[in-house]
Design a protein around this ligand. Structure first.
Ligand code: Z5A
Length: 207
């Protein structure tokens, strides 16, 4: 059985990850792939419970170390129960956020040491890395405006603009450092144009 490919979607608040996840899934299925769609934090029953804990605005104050470890605890569970089995079966895995989000939010946003994140990444993932990452990038105000239309806020969405600026900068730094894997999509554009950029990247990837 040929191993599947692992594709992740990344970006700040409201850039359109969830919207484009279904679009990408449909496109890949039309190309004949079996697709497993999942998300982080989450993807298994236990990891979804961890998600609730880290996103809940009413949680007791969560230290940066606790938050980091909870992200990786959820990820360990997700990899073992969903991602690895699906890839081994030949499925393509499409995941809404993965470890680039930890570098961006915990590393950039919370200023946790990058070396510590890299250590946990190695411990939890071994050699597992996404084959392709689509980074949906838009000015922070645009993403926040879109996300605010939902009307509810999680623990991260209650952060200040400076936090989201650091998150965006870290994402873009990683894209510059890893251009073969991380492809930046200009997500401020009308959806039809965003999706045509996504298709162009997917076509190149599948060659
Ligand atoms: N987190 C972390 O800190 N560390 C980690 O390791 C991981 C995660 C894995 C939950 O993620 C939080 O977890 C996240 C980081 C942290 N922080 N926050 N907040 P999430 O993915 O569930 O949360 P999110 O980023 O807030 O998702 P979102 O707000 O749902 O954004 P989105 O999925 O990118 O956007 P959307 O729902 O697809 O679109 C938002 C609206 O914009 C919607 O009405 C769309 O119809 C509209 N939209 C989308 N695209 C367009 C275009 N092109 N034009 C116009 N309107 C558009």
């Amino acid at each position: 059985m040929r191993r599947g490919k692992f594709i992740t979607l990344e970006g700040g608040e409201g850039v359109g990850k969830t919207t484009n996840l279904t679009f990408i899934k449909d496109y890949l299925q039309q190309q004949g792939m079996t697709v497993t769609v999942t998300r982080e934090p989450g993807g298994t029953a236990l990891a979804e419970k961890i998600r609730q804990l880290v996103l809940d605005v009413d949680s007791e104050s969560i230290s940066d170390t606790t938050e980091l470890l909870l992200m990786f605890a959820a990820r360990a569970q997700h990899i073992q129960h969903v991602i690895e089995p699906a890839l081994a079966q030949g499925n393509w895995v499409l995941c809404d956020r993965f470890t680039d989000a930890t570098y961006a939010y915990q590393g950039g946003g919370r200023k946790v040491s990058i070396a510590t994140i890299a250590l946990l990444e190695q411990l939890v993932q071994g050699d597992l890395r996404p084959d392709l990452t689509l980074l949906l990038d838009a000015p922070i105000e645009i993403g926040m405006e879109r996300a605010q239309k939902r009307g509810t806020f999680d623990r991260f969405e209650a952060e200040k603009i400076s936090f989201f600026t650091r998150v965006r900068e870290m994402y873009l730094t990683r894209a510059t450092e890893q251009p073969a894997r991380i492809k930046v999509i200009q997500a401020h554009q009308p959806l039809i144009e965003v999706q045509s950029e996504i298709i162009a990247v997917l076509k190149q990837f599948a060659l």
